[in-house]
Structure formats: structure tokens, C-alpha cells
Design a protein around this ligand. Structure first.
Ligand SMILES: Cc1cc2nc3c(=O)[nH]c(=O)nc-3n(C[C@H](O)[C@H](O)[C@H](O)COP(=O)(O)O)c2cc1C
Length: 205
């Protein structure tokens, strides 16, 4: 018996916590994408959310190269992906790559927080996408040099993740059983005591 997308979405929900915005527990990274395009207005909304992320010196070092299905950019991002990601991610209607400008614009100095700040922008992006009923999946598995060359990304920009964005699809559309298995696995996280310390190694909570 195959599990349907709605059922998977239930399995993936984290337990809500009082006073925490529900979207943090609802968002998860799908690999099965529905054959449905994303409205341009919704795509714009996710970047509007990213736009308001905080950054060191308000540098806003993030840049996103975004391809919608059928465009050259979509093809180039797909081609840059590791084959293990490409097999499922190529079906996403939107594929993008996040990069960060590694030097400050106003002074001649490296921006040591560029990747950090780009990650914050991407976190805003994926949460806004989830709020719009979209799913996203970030990927480290891509060939950076291929991406740099195909997408003509200048040398002073460092890579963040490739991101697949679209609507959750049926798990049975995934190309193999291993991916289906991963798609329906419940999500796990460390406990707060493992990463919030009152003193080093001693959980605050
Ligand atoms: C920077 C980054 C890189 C990732 N790289 C990959 C990847 O290459 N392939 C993949 O299938 N998932 C990748 N993931 C997805 C993670 O495995 C996933 O976010 C994690 O298991 C938590 O699951 P959740 O997002 O559903 O909560 C990546 C996530 C992030 C944030």
C-alpha cells in the first residue's frame, strides 16, 4: 500500500510547542514534487521574506539565481546537482542556487559572516514558502565549479545551498524505494539540552 502525500505531511509534522509559531514545526523538506507550477506572485513572496533577514553591517550578501521549469537556468542548476539529488530535484518547478558575496561592498574587507547571513535569508525563504503551502529542499550536493561556470557566478561569491521549491508530490512518483523510504520517515531533532548550554555541556533546559 502506498502512502499518499497528505499522510506523509502528517508524519512529518513536529509536535507543536506552546507559543512557538506553528510554521517552524510544519516545514519539512520533501523530495517528491507535484507537477504544478508556482505562481510568480508566490515566488516573489518567498524572496520578499528573505529580503528582510538580518545581516552583518546590513550588507545583505545573499544572491539567488532562480530557474523556473523550462528555462535555461533551471536546466543549468539541475545539471549542476549531484546525480543522487538530480533524480528527484529535477522535477521541482523551481530550482535555484544561493550564493553570498564574500567581501563587503562599502569597505575593502572580507565579510566573515556572508555565508551565515545568506543562511539566515534562506531560512526566511523556506519558512515563507512553507507558509504559502509550498515545500523546499536545500541541497549541498551539487558541483560548485560546474554551477559557477554554467551560471556565470563571479569568483567573489561563495556557495550556499541549491534549493528545490514547489508543491509536495505523491511519494510513489519518486524514482526508487530508498527515496520513498526517506520521504516517509518521521523527522528527528536533538533535544534542547544537547545544544543550549547554561555552562558548556550543561543543558539550560
Ligand atoms: C545546507 C543543507 C544542505 C542539504 N543537502 C542535502 C542534499 O544534498 N541532499 C538531500 O537530499 N538533502 C539535503 N538537505 C536536507 C536535509 O537532509 C534536511 O533538511 C534534514 O534532514 C532535516 O529534515 P527537514 O528539513 O525535513 O526537517 C540539506 C539541507 C541543508 C540545510
Amino acid at each position: 500500500m502506498t502512502i499518499k502525500a497528505a499522510e506523509v505531511n502528517k508524519i512529518k509534522q513536529a509536535i507543536p510547542a506552546d507559543g512557538v509559531l506553528p510554521i517552524f514545526h510544519q516545514r519539512w523538506s520533501a523530495r517528491a514534487f507535484a507537477d504544478r507550477d508556482v505562481a510568480k506572485e508566490d515566488l516573489q513572496r518567498v524572496f520578499e521574506a528573505a529580503r528582510w533577514a538580518p545581516s552583518s553591517s546590513n550588507e545583505q550578501p545573499w544572491r539567488y539565481v532562480v530557474g523556473t521549469r523550462g528555462t535555461e537556468t533551471h536546466r543549468k542548476v539541475s545539471e549542476s546537482l549531484a546525480p543522487s539529488n538530480r533524480v528527484w530535484a529535477q522535477k521541482a518547478p523551481v530550482l535555484m542556487i544561493a550564493v553570498a558575496k564574500t567581501r563587503f561592498s562599502q569597505r575593502d574587507a572580507p565579510n566573515l559572516y556572508a555565508i551565515h547571513d545568506m543562511g539566515a535569508a534562506s531560512a526566511y525563504l523556506v519558512l515563507e514558502a512553507a507558509a504559502l503551502g509550498l515545500t523546499t529542499h536545500q541541497m549541498a550536493g551539487f558541483d560548485r565549479e560546474k554551477a559557477r561556470s554554467l551560471l556565470e557566478i563571479p569568483g567573489e561569491y561563495d556557495f550556499g545551498s541549491a534549493i528545490a521549491l514547489g508543491y509536495q508530490g505523491e511519494p510513489e512518483t519518486l524514482p526508487n524505494d530508498e527515496l520513498i523510504k526517506r520521504e516517509i520517515q518521521p523527522r528527528e531533532r536533538k533535544g534542547l539540552g544537547e545544544f543550549v548550554f547554561a555552562e558548556w555541556g550543561k543543558g539550560l533546559f
